[in-house]
Design a protein around this ligand. Structure first.
Ligand code: CUA
Length: 175
């Protein structure tokens, strides 16, 4: 097979670029100790509503004994539940998210929480939000016709505001 010399030159250039990029990614990952989330914990996505952790009444935020928070969420076509989430700033938060149907992803714009949500698995992410504000959470894996409309609101509030909010929830629960 004859390969034209210009063609050969571009083969070399394009392969060199691909390998250089792979090299940069690998060096960056090793340097910064970045690795994919690897919480291999399975769940039956078709019966989430019957599971203890992911049934409708259990979704949302809970305070753990050590002062950290746990957020339980379900991703389903086409939304994240709860749809509007209030969390405290500067507090360790563990997100546990399960999909009720297909592959979704959570991307929290301008804040540090992003993960894929693979059906059959529980995605777990530990994070702390360093600044207050309202951040949109978008689905970043194409999941169907409503993908563009799949989002939630994350409100990161001061610890005082969160405590007041938590107190209201507790009172509401007692009534
Ligand atoms: Cu869910 Cu895209």
């Amino acid at each position: 097979m004859h390969i034209n010399s210009t063609e050969r030159k571009w083969f070399i250039v394009s392969f060199a670029m691909a390998f250089a990029m792979m090299g940069i990614l690998a060096a960056y990952a090793v340097n910064k100790n970045i690795h994919p989330p690897s919480n291999v914990e399975t769940i039956d996505s078709t019966t989430l509503h019957l599971s203890e952790e992911f049934n409708e009444d259990n979704l949302g935020i809970k305070q753990m004994e050590d002062g950290s928070m746990r957020v339980t969420m379900v991703a389903a076509r086409y939304g994240f539940f709860p749809h509007d989430l209030k969390v405290p700033v500067d507090t360790p938060i563990t997100f546990r998210i399960a999909s009720a149907d297909v592959l979704h992803g959570v991307h929290t714009a301008n804040a540090n929480m992003t993960t894929m949500v693979v059906p059959g698995y529980i995605s777990e992410v530990n994070t702390t939000f360093p600044k207050t504000g309202t951040f949109p959470m978008f689905c970043n894996e194409y999941c169907g016709l409503g993908h563009d409309y799949m989002w939630s609101r994350l409100n990161v509030v001061s610890k005082e505001e969160f405590a007041a909010h938590a107190a209201t929830l507790a009172t509401e629960g007692e009534e």
